[in-house]
Design a protein around this ligand. Structure first.
Ligand SMILES: Nc1nc2c(ncn2[C@@H]2O[C@H](COP(=O)(O)OP(=O)(O)OP(=O)(O)O)[C@@H](O)[C@H]2O)c(=O)[nH]1
Ligand SMILES: [Zn+2]
Length: 356
């Protein structure tokens, strides 16, 4: 089942740089060590910036005078284990980054978070998109394409499930008032940024309406994965945040005559802000975001106040509108959660129902 109500065809996974293998969220399992295996005590740590056809662009000696990029391959001892953008890995071999050199990734370091998706909601086989992101910037347009609550709900569920803090950026606010759409999220602790480049689109002189300072504040010191449907203006936004990113935008270049070429691979970009550095991990327009792997308990956990109340729910309570004796519903009805209580409960129920 596809969750899009548009006629987008389902794209096969191999169009993306995600590694299509089953990955269990078992960080300990990332470090196989047997007596047969060399210890690689000489390994250096690197950050995976991007993946392209089995070659990994990695950043070595991060934040030192020697910081440089290198190209690496995955060592056979990692077998089919997925190495993804954002991973911290141990490298051996020539990590100098000199022309023609190739280092070897021998270990994946323990991941703090893992953003995953499955082919569809009934498929438990999951694919890893990004490792170690602590924030998710959900980009949605106020219009063209029309914003969809269900779509944002699904991003939220994926973020909450992974333990990643979501932020929402609404673009193209010159085309429509985003308020009615945003009302759907009033019950969430979701920072919202409103952005417009005006009708001028992605021209460099049209960034006045992009709330760069607010975004810099929110993004400094974080590894933020940016997600959004193709055409929402995510590349325009990323290019404004990271001026040397050169993410391909949907704007046809009149000089070269080259047509629309959309960003096609997940890549980490270093963000420099007056408030400190950070990382933006830009993902290609992900069309399907199955939630077959999601654990409902993780969704409830994201609503700390409601999760505490749920301790008093009957065993196996779904917390959905028809749940008998649900402690959360009763607390909200009794006004215990204040004015925003009903909106909060509604958001929780909508997210739980997303993959019920
Ligand atoms: N009116 C208006 N148009 C915008 C705005 N931001 C971006 N656009 C236009 O929307 C189109 C899509 O922008 P992109 O930045 O390429 O969108 P994207 O989300 O990266 O899409 P893909 O490249 O397909 O992944 C371009 O023609 C932009 O010029 C905005 O704030 N207002
Ligand atoms: Zn309940």
């Amino acid at each position: 089942m596809s969750w899009w109500d548009t006629d987008d065809e389902d794209e096969p996974y191999d169009e993306y740089d995600e590694t299509s293998v089953r990955v269990r969220p078992n960080p300990k399992g990332n470090r196989p060590r047997t007596k047969m295996r060399p210890d690689h005590d000489d390994a250096v740590v690197a950050r995976v910036l991007g993946v392209d056809r089995g070659r990994y662009t990695v950043l070595v000696d991060e934040n030192t005078a020697d910081e440089h990029e290198a190209i690496a391959a995955r060592a056979s001892e990692l077998r089919r284990q997925a190495v993804v953008t954002g991973d911290r890995v141990d490298l051996v071999g020539d990590a100098s980054g000199d022309e023609g050199t190739l280092a070897r990734i021998v270990r994946i370091r323990e991941r703090s978070t893992l953003l995953r998706r499955s082919a569809d909601d009934t498929d438990a086989v999951e694919r890893v998109i990004v490792a170690n992101a602590d924030q998710m910037l959900i980009v949605v347009a106020a219009a063209n394409p029309e914003p969809r609550t269900r779509l944002v709900d699904r991003y939220l569920v994926a973020a909450y499930d992974a333990g990643i803090t979501p932020l929402l950026c609404v673009t193209k606010t010159d085309l429509a008032d985003p308020a009615p759409f945003l009302a759907n999220f009033a019950g969430l602790d979701l920072p919202v940024f409103l952005s417009t480049t005006g009708a001028g689109g992605d021209h460099a002189d049209a960034v006045d309406g992009i709330p760069l300072d607010e975004l810099f504040h929110a993004l400094a010191g974080h590894d933020t994965v940016a997600v959004g449907h193709s055409g929402v203006g995510k590349s325009t936004l990323v290019n404004a945040l990271v001026p040397d990113a050169h993410r391909a935008t949907g704007h046809v270049n009149e000089v070269t005559g080259r047509g629309r070429h959309t960003s096609s691979s997940t890549i980490s970009l270093r963000l420099r802000t007056p408030y400190g550095d950070g990382w933006i991990i830009d993902t290609p327009g992900v069309r399907s975001f199955g939630l077959g792997h999601v654990d409902r308990a993780n969704i409830l956990k994201a609503f700390t106040d409601l999760a505490a109340i749920a301790e008093n729910c009957p065993r196996g309570c779904t917390h959905l509108p028809d749940a008998p004796d649900c402690a959360i519903i009763e607390a909200v009805d009794a006004g215990e959660l204040g004015e925003l209580g009903p909106a909060r409960l509604d958001s929780l129920q909508r997210l739980l129902a997303t993959f019920a």
